[in-house]
Structure formats: C-alpha cells, structure tokens
Design a protein around this ligand. Structure first.
Ligand SMILES: C[S@@+](CC[C@H](N)C(=O)[O-])C[C@H]1O[C@@H](n2cnc3c(N)ncnc32)[C@H](O)[C@@H]1O
Length: 226
C-alpha cells in the first residue's frame, strides 16, 4: 500500500492545475489586508500547484509537507521561476517557521489524512500562526462521500480508515460529519461552510482509478477572530 511519498514518484499523482477556489481565496485576502506581499502558508503542499499559484500573484509563500518527494517536486518546479517561496519538510501538526504570522493558510484535500486528534492539533497550530483576522481555507472528507458510504477499509478509530481500494490506500482518511467540522473550528468565525455533495449514479470497474469528479467534501473558509 503506497504512501504519498511513493505516489509522488509517478506523475499521474502529481496534480499541476490549481483549484480556482485558491485564486478566489487570494482575492479575498487582498481585499482584507493592505500589506504587500502577503505571507501565505500552504499546509501539505503536495507537488506545489497552489504554492506556485499564490506566489505568482506576488505573495511570499511558505509551503510544508511531510513527503520528501512533495518538497523535491515543488522545489524543482520553482527553481525555473523567480518566486519567493520557502519550503520545509514538516508534519501538518507543526509549523516549521515558529515565529511566523501568516495572513492566510490553505490545506487542500490533505488535513483528513490523519487521526481526528492530529487534525485538531493541525488546526490549532494553523490558528496559532495566523495574524488576527487571518483566513484559513481547507477541504475535508464528508461522511456522505462514497468511500465512507460504500465501505472504507480498515477502521483505526471512529470514522478514520485505511482505505483498501484507492491509489492512496496506505494513508489514513478521516471522514467528518457536520458536528465534527463545527467542533474542529469552534474557535473561528465562519465565512463559509459548504458541503459539496457529489452523487455517483454509476461506478465502473476500478472506479477510483480514473474518476475525474470530486468526492463529497466539506469546504471550509474561516477567519481567526481578532
Ligand atoms: C491529496 S494530496 C494534496 C496535495 C496538495 N494540497 C494539492 O492540493 O495538490 C495530500 C498531501 O498531504 C500530504 N500529507 C499527508 N499526511 C501528512 C502529514 N501528516 N503531514 C504533512 N503532510 C501530509 C501528502 O504528502 C500530500 O502531499
């Protein structure tokens, strides 16, 4: 069962196209803060698509991931570009820039690769490192997602599973219901909490290997209360 570090040796699993939501997130931050450049943290940066998209907007981007291959891929990508990006190998529960205060942080499709307890630690570390009024945006897996509803492999704690039938089968996946999301972000002000529901009416053989559509997930946009 592969880890993310192993998956990143195959270009198939390196996503190069940034999500449009991240661009919108930077628009909102630029409206809220007049300081330039903004300091932004990409938590669990993967191959660097959002790190680079945010740095190309002229901001100072700090990116961390616990997979050495993620850091290597992001480093290789930025080396040909003149961008202000700082990279560190780190677990999501630790900010590798201890003195830093960020205007914004994102963690796209990543925070749920952990136990609930560690997800709480990660959210609290992000909260600690944001400036008052700073924003955090993330996605989380929902208990309405197909993997949860149709069976999720080996359970390691309530709603955390090591999946058996997806490319990232070796890594934990935690599925949140609404009350859990609300508990995770109880110290924050919500700007938006969305459950993006996708219902698959047909699932072909080895569906997860080629399905291009997103799974049912939570979209969370929150602000650190000043
Ligand atoms: C689905 S990928 C998403 C990558 C990136 N955020 C993106 O949108 O392209 C999940 C990422 O989470 C990282 N990850 C998983 N568990 C982690 C942990 N405990 N600490 C730090 N990074 C972790 C993986 O290495 C991988 O880069």
């Amino acid at each position: 069962m592969p880890t993310w570090n192993e998956l990143f040796t195959d270009e198939l699993y390196v996503n190069r196209i940034p999500e449009s939501e991240v661009n919108h997130f930077v628009d909102v931050l630029e409206m809220l803060f007049s300081e330039r450049p903004l300091r932004l943290w990409d938590v669990c940066c993967g191959g660097g698509r959002h790190t680079i998209a945010m740095a190309q907007r002229g901001h100072k981007v700090y990116a961390s991931d616990n997979a050495p291959n993620a850091i290597r891929l992001t480093q290789e990508w930025i080396s040909s570009l003149n961008l202000e990006v700082y990279l560190e190998l780190a677990d999501m529960t630790v900010c590798p820039w201890p003195e830093m205060g960020f205007h914004g942080a994102i963690s796209w499709d990543s925070l749920y690769h952990n136990t609930l307890d560690n997800m709480k630690k990660a959210v609290s570390e992000i909260h600690r490192h944001l400036l008052p009024g700073g924003l955090f945006m993330c996605t989380l897996m929902s208990t309405k997602s197909d993997s949860f509803v149709w069976g999720c492999g080996q359970q390691v704690e309530p709603r955390t599973f090591i999946l058996e039938d997806s490319a990232d089968a070796g890594v934990p996946h935690h599925f949140c219901d609404e009350s859990e999301v609300r508990e995770l972000f109880r110290d924050w002000e919500y700007l938006s909490l969305a459950e993006q529901v996708i219902t698959y009416l047909e699932r072909g053989k080895n569906f997860l290997d080629y399905n291009p559509f997103p799974f049912t997930k939570w979209g969370v946009l929150v602000r650190k209360i000043s």
